[in-house]
Write a protein that binds this ligand. Sequence first.
Ligand code: URA
Length: 225
Amino acid sequence: MNKAHLTQWGGCAIITPKMTVPDQWNTLEEVARGVNTCTGCRLSQGRTRGVPGEGPANARIFFVGEAPGWHEDQQGRPFVGPAGRFLEELLELVELTREQVFIGNLLKSRPPGNRDPLPDEIDACRRYLDAQLRIVNPKVVVALGRHSLARLCPGQPIGKIHGTWRWEGDRIHFAMYHPAAALHQQSLKKVIQEDMLKLHLALEAAEKAEKPEDQPGSPQQLSLF
Ligand code: URA
C-alpha cells in the first residue's frame, strides 16, 4: 500500500458549530474527575463507573469510539470487551499498542442496553471530549463508527468515506468503521484491517506536514471539533 491509496474527504455539507472548550481542566486527570462525578445527563443514574478514556497526554493518535458497553462500565476503562480486543489486534498490525494511543468515546457513561447515543447525551458529554482533544492535541483523530463520524463530518456516510481522511487545522481526521462492526459482519474485518494500514500512512502524512495548507488539494478547513 502506498500514499496513492490515501484520499481526502471533501464537500462536507454541514459544519458543526465550534464548541466552547472549558478551560477549567488542564490535565487528563482533571477531565477524568469531571467525568466520574458528572450528573450532566440521564446516563449518570445507570452507570457503574464513568469511562473517561485513557492514554498518554502526548498520544499522536486519538481514537473516538461511541460509548462504553457492559465491560467498560464495569471496569471504568474504554474498549476492554470483544471490540477492544479487535482494536488491539488492529493496532498490532501497525506495530502500535494501546498504551501508545489515546482511546476515548463520545459518551463517557454506558447507555442502557448499549442503545445508540441520543443527541442530548452527546451534547452533554461534548465538553469532556473537547477538553481531552485540547490537552492531548493529537496528530490524527480517528472517528470509529457512524456516531463519532457524525460529529466529525455530519452527513458523510461511513460506508462511503471509511479509510479516508481530511485536514482539520493542523491535524488529520480519519474515518473508520467501528471495530464492533466486524464482530457482527465478518466481511468487514478485512476492510477495517486495510483501513488501519491507511491510518498509519495518514499519521506519517500528519507528522511530515509543516502546515496543512502545504498539502495539495487540502479541502477547506471546517471547525468540527
Ligand atoms: N464500544 C465503544 O464505542 N466504546 C467502548 O469503549 C467499547 C465499545
